[in-house]
Design a protein around this ligand. Structure first.
Ligand SMILES: *Cc1c(COP(=O)(O)O)cnc(C)c1O
Length: 364
């Protein structure tokens, strides 16, 4: 008996003709992509818009990084690489380690010491990566990886690897296919700025092919303590509890600027306090648990919807360009369980009571 073709088999199978893949490319996949596009009733009513959440936390290693990694590792195997290398704020290393394990390759990851969420750290170890903690920040780790990458026994799988962004652009394809058209506005968190570059590429390609009839405005959201693109200058000491976007020198600076300029979008910022509030709000109001970096677009929309003086926000100029009841998509980049510590600051420990019905009823 032969296996039936699985309905979900990864982004390379789904979008082969739009990717730099040949018949010789081995397929290293964990069935990433095809993630849910959830309607968000509460955000929709707050903004008089049709708001959708692209829930990338439901990828195999629980972040969007898997879309790029299936491409980067498949191409690395095709090129005969034996070792891959990356710097990471956590999710890239989790994903790289998983796909390297799948391909039977060694994976080396450089992480900023003490700045990685627990879940992500455990993933890298468990998938068998060689983990080296750098006494510095992500930007230091990426600088070292670039130097090591000049030696030919390593393939670097950071978003400087051209295949990563090719894989990541498929999220925009999925959104267009599911909505039947591109949204009017797309918001996403920005760290190293690879993903906003990739989404813009994806939207632009389907537009050029006539698959969609419009291009969205792109809104890139940074944490206020790590906001080089918002301020237009690199930062030496980025600081935010959203560790996945704690980056002061984005590698894809140019691509992100191009996305914003060509789409007539903008960058905006939210504070750590607004991020934590948005994380709780999204879980309670919509039943979706996403990691802190993922909810920065939610935080921005909540801030905008409740602002007494919305024109003080850059986002206001964007909304004024939109039609009435626009379609808006937010990318939720990673799963909430990646970073239990940060979320646990906002909960109190459970009440302990005696095992009797009376006691339990007394506390309801
Ligand atoms: C990597 C990552 C980001 C930032 O994406 P960039 O491509 O670096 O801008 C945001 N959120 C999560 C959860 C991530 O893992």
């Amino acid at each position: 008996m032969s296996l039936k073709q699985p309905c979900r088999s990864g982004i390379i199978s789904r979008y082969r003709e739009h990717l730099p893949i040949s018949n010789k490319t081995p397929l290293i996949s964990l069935n990433e992509g095809s993630t849910p596009l959830l309607h968000s009733p509460k955000l929709s009513s707050l903004l008089s818009a049709h708001v959708y959440l692209k829930y990338e936390g439901l990828n195999p290693t629980c972040s969007f990084k898997d879309r790029g990694m299936t491409m980067a590792i498949s191409k690395a195997v095709e090129e005969g690489a034996k070792r891959i290398l990356c710097a990471s704020t956590g999710n890239t290393s989790a994903s790289a380690a998983a796909y390297a394990a799948r391909a039977g390759m060694q994976c080396v990851v450089l992480l900023p010491a003490g700045r990685i969420a627990t879940g992500k750290m455990i993933q890298a170890y468990l998938y068998g990566a060689r983990v080296i903690a750098i006494q510095g920040n992500f930007d230091d780790a990426l600088r070292l990886v670039r130097q090591l990458g000049e030696r030919h026994d390593f393939v670097v799988v950071n978003s400087t690897n051209p295949y990563r962004l090719e894989g990541q652009k498929t999220a925009a394809f999925e959104i267009i296919e599911e909505l039947g058209e591109a949204p009017h506005l797309h918001l996403l968190p920005v760290g190293n700025a690879g993903n906003i570059t990739a989404y813009w590429r994806g939207y632009s390609e389907f537009y050029r092919l006539g698959i969609s009839q419009r291009l969205p405005l792109m809104l890139g959201v940074e944490a206020s303590g790590a906001a080089p693109l918002y301020h237009g200058a690199p930062m030496d000491h980025p600081e935010t509890l959203a560790t996945a976007i704690r980056i002061g020198q984005p590698a894809s600076w140019h691509g992100a600027m191009k996305a914003i300029e060509e789409s007539s979008g903008c960058f905006d910022i939210v504070s750590d306090e607004e991020i934590l509030k948005a994380q709780q709000w999204l879980a309670r109001e919509e039943g979706v648990f996403a990691e802190p970096a993922s909810v920065v677009p939610v935080a921005l929309l909540l801030k905008y919807a409740s602002a007494t003086n919305p024109s003080s926000l850059r986002t206001n100029a964007i909304f004024r360009k939109l039609p009435a009841h626009p379609t808006v998509v937010l990318t939720l980049t990673g799963h909430g369980l990646k970073d239990p510590e940060t979320a646990s600051h906002s909960i109190s420990p459970p009440l302990e009571v005696a095992p009797t019905l009376q006691e339990v009823l007394a506390h309801l």
